[in-house]
Structures are given as C-alpha cells and as structure tokens.
Design a binder for this molecule. Structure first.
Ligand SMILES: [Zn+2]
Ligand SMILES: [Zn+2]
Length: 323
C-alpha cells in the first residue's frame, strides 16, 4: 500500500534522530532462563554497548500450542522483560502460530509483524500493553510504529487493525516501503539504525526467504530477530544465493555485536532433535523452545556454504534447510 510523504518524513526524523546514551541494565549476569544454556558471545565492540551486559529477560516454560483451544487466549503475551514483549498467535486460530515482537523505547514502541489470518485481536492486545507501559513509566505522549520482519501473509494479515489509529504509523511490508522507512536505499547492501528514543535497533536487509526480509537487532537485550530466515523449523528459501549471502551477513554482524539469543517467527521442531511436526500441524504439545543460539547460526551458515551450487534439503537438530 502507498504511504504518504509525511509519514516518511516522520520516519526519517526517527531514523536520523541522534542516539541517546545507552541505558545501563541494572543486573544482567545471565540473559535468559527457560531456554538452552547461554551462549558465550564475542567481545563487545559497539560503542553504546561496550562492556555492558545484556538486559536480562526470560522465556515462558511453554507457549500456547493448540493443545487447549477452549482455554488458550487468542494471543499469548510474554514479557521477556518490561520493555520487550513476545506475542504468539494461537495455533487454534491459525496453524502458523506466528510470533510477534513489541519493543519499547522512551518515545515510541515498534511492533514487528501483525500475525496471520484467524482474526486474532492484535491491535487491542498491543494497545492494552502500550497503555500499561505508559502508566508504569509515567508517559502520556507516545507512538507506535507497526513494521514487519518480512512481507509474507502470516506476518502482515492484521495490519488493517492498526490503520488510522491515533499515534500509529504502519509501514507497509513491500520492499519500497521497507527501504524508505528504514533508510536502506542500497538494498540489499547497507544497514541502518532505527531510534525508539533511548533505544536504537539495528536493521539489516536479509532477503532470500522473502525479498523484503530484514533482521532486527536490539543492543539492549542483545536479541536478534531473524523472522522466517532462521527459526526452529522448516527454513523455506525462495532465492538460495540471496539467502546464503544473508545468513553469512548475519554471521558477520554477530562477529561484532554480541548476541544472547536469536528469535524467529515460528516453531515447527519438536523437542526431539532433528524431528519436526509435519508442516501445517496445528497441535504441537511437545514443541522445541523458541530461542536459537549463535552456534546454531554458524551451523546453518556452514551448511549453506557447503551447498553452493547444490541446494538440497538437510535436517539439522534445530532446523531443517528446505530450499
Ligand atoms: Zn515467511
Ligand atoms: Zn512465516
């Protein structure tokens, strides 16, 4: 859909606004609980995260996974911490059961993805969480940016719930809109930063699964959002060479940005290594955990490099390459 020039001007201001000094997390010896053991990241080199441990957070013991459709909420909301929420759409509404991410800065929040069909109450859930955050932080003037990891239907289906809402900017998931909104004119080259006020996200083009796919990195939690490019499930690839280059870019990015966990948009693996639920399954009582590690990203990168010229399906413990 077409965005107005005024909207882009607002977004451009956000992108080019000066970065605030990084916030020092209070206590962050261990980044997360409830997932696999903590990876040891490379040394910090980014000025605003130099020597700062990641803001701590946690994952739920289980996500809603289609096992109790009478009781499960349409959307599960989990606070990784007070300023970083993970939402999951119920598998009872749509087998894709995508994850969505709501990240709070001092001046605005950004939502990555609006979920799949099935009419989940994404907007009312998100605005309720924003109202709670504003109350907790004594903030009255606040904005919401709605954007996407990529443009597939199971991540953009509920954009219309946000259209025309106050203090809300919806960035269309088409490539031109993504390039403009995130200031990435040389796509797929280059990278950019998106300012939420006191919190800057790194944005990296990573086409291959889909042509307008981005990676989002949050220096405060050191979480990397990998969308459908890397998650515990079937890694579907539309352009193999682009995808291989994009995964290599993620590895290079992680070489000088410490990463606690890599969070994707779906879970399709079971808790048994190398075993996935058949694609399209809508009851998954024994899912693998959501977070992936940097070591697993390296494993994917090595496998893709070895497949040059000969892309083929390959089952790994935590993901299945599916060209
Ligand atoms: Zn996708
Ligand atoms: Zn998807």
């Amino acid at each position: 859909m077409r965005r107005s020039l005024a909207l882009f001007a607002v977004l451009a201001l956000m992108i080019h606004a000066p970065m605030s000094s990084a916030q020092v997390p209070a206590d962050a010896a261990h980044p997360a609980a409830g997932g696999p053991s903590a990876p040891s990241g490379p040394a910090h080199t980014r000025p605003d995260s130099l020597h700062l441990p990641p803001e701590p957070g946690s994952f739920p013991r289980t996500w809603i996974s289609g096992t109790d459709c009478a009781q499960d909420p349409a959307i599960q909301v989990h606070a990784y911490n007070d300023d970083f929420l993970i939402l999951r759409q119920s598998m009872c509404l749509n087998y894709e059961a995508p994850f969505m991410y709501l990240i709070f800065g001092e001046e605005r929040a950004i939502l990555f993805d609006t979920g799949a069909n099935g009419n989940p109450p994404v907007a009312s859930t998100v605005y309720r969480e924003i109202d709670k955050w504003k109350l907790r932080n004594g903030v009255s003037d606040y904005q919401l940016v709605v954007a996407h990891t990529h443009g597939h239907g199971d991540h953009v289906a509920n954009d219309d719930q946000f259209q025309g809402k106050p203090d809300t900017v919806v960035v269309s998931a088409n490539l031109n809109a993504v390039k403009s909104a995130f200031d990435l004119p040389n796509w797929p080259d280059g990278a950019s930063e998106f300012d939420l006020g006191g919190r800057t996200l790194d944005i990296l083009p990573i086409p291959g699964h889909q042509s307008a796919h981005i990676m989002v990195y949050d220096a405060r939690t050191q979480l990397m959002l990998s969308g459908d490019s890397f998650y515990p499930g079937f890694l579907f690839i539309s352009n193999f060479n682009q995808y291989r280059e994009s995964i290599a870019k993620l590895v290079a990015f992680a070489a000088d940005h410490p990463v606690t966990w890599i969070l994707g948009d779906h879970i399709e693996m079971t808790s048994t290594p190398g075993v996935a639920y058949p694609y399209g399954t809508s009851v998954q009582p024994d899912e693998r955990a959501l977070p992936l590690t940097l070591a697993m990203l390296h494993e994917l990168d090595a496998a893709l490099q070895a497949m040059r010229g000969n892309p083929h399906s390959e089952v790994h413990d935590d993901f299945i390459i599916t060209p």
